[in-house]
Ligand binder design. Sequence first.
Ligand SMILES: *Cc1c(COP(=O)(O)O)cnc(C)c1O
Length: 360
Amino acid sequence: MSRYWSDHVAGLAPYVAGEQPKVTKLLKLNTNEHPYGPSPLALRAIQAAATDQLRLYPDNQSTALRVAIASLHGLQPDQVFVGNGSDEVLAHVFNGLFRRAGRPLLMPDITYSFYKTYCKLFDVPAQLLPLADDYTLTVSDYTQERQTPVAGVIFANPNAPTGIAMSLEAIAQIASAHPDAPVVVDEAYVDFGADSATALLGRHDNIVVIHTLSKSRALAGLRVGYAMASKDIVAGLNRVKDSFNSYPLDALAQAGAMAAINDTAYFDQMRSAVIQAREALTQQLATLGFEVLPSRANFVFARHPDHEGATLQQALRAEGVLVRHFNIERVHQFLRITVGTPEQCERLCNTLAKILTNQH
Ligand SMILES: *Cc1c(COP(=O)(O)O)cnc(C)c1O
């Protein structure tokens, strides 16, 4: 800690990202990147945008991209807010919607850990509501009458790191119970098999749906995410953005993201491939004795009754296979494994089989 830091900075709890190794031999199943590359049309669009025009500032409203996103989801362009990855969009959501005079933000105890990081950064008190024993979210915890008003609600659907999805009925109930507070649904993994709450936006003007191009569009390196909500909420987010950085998306990112959004054929093909590989991986892990939570994401969350998660993670690391382990209460037995290609999943399972035999 430095004497130049403010107390605020000293008190932060920064997010710890999964390892990005410098060597390429490792099998990387630790940060939920897509095993297949992005749309070739997106790569071509990025190359085509790398011209002398880069001396100009980009469109600070990403108009063409927002039009493409709106059309994909059947919304109006002014219902779409884009940012430099959905983490940045989330930061603006916390700053712009959740800082409400010390009111608490409701969220599951086990979910995307960045939410707690942002609570610290923006001084939003978190009220953690424990998931049930089967790691599903208990809707009545969110809909019950409260003495004091809340700042809002946030959860991921499918949830991270469990992969478990919830129904649109459940989300609608939560939104109805908090008509005066934003209910934010982080749908980073929704394309791998859950229902999108964008279908609820017409009836619930407090719902905010967050998407990213990092997972299902295989563009984690491009940094593009977006929020979809009522025009009012989007206008508020734009006020925050324009008080912070009015050019969050560079010209290459806008061009590539738009081409990726428009290439629906490639998108459908690639997500089916990942879903198929996930189902096969779930089966293979079960055969090895793992309990695998039902996943609607591009990762599985699995535990072995006889082996600690941390031990397995380290043994896999020694064999060149990276997976994620969270040293947190209730889930430290688990590994979070990104779904790779069928060949990658096979290497993972063969390595695990070897480790399980050796450790007995
Ligand atoms: C990966 C992820 C994000 C962040 O995505 P970026 O757009 O790459 O910043 C947000 N929320 C959840 C739940 C994620 O898993």
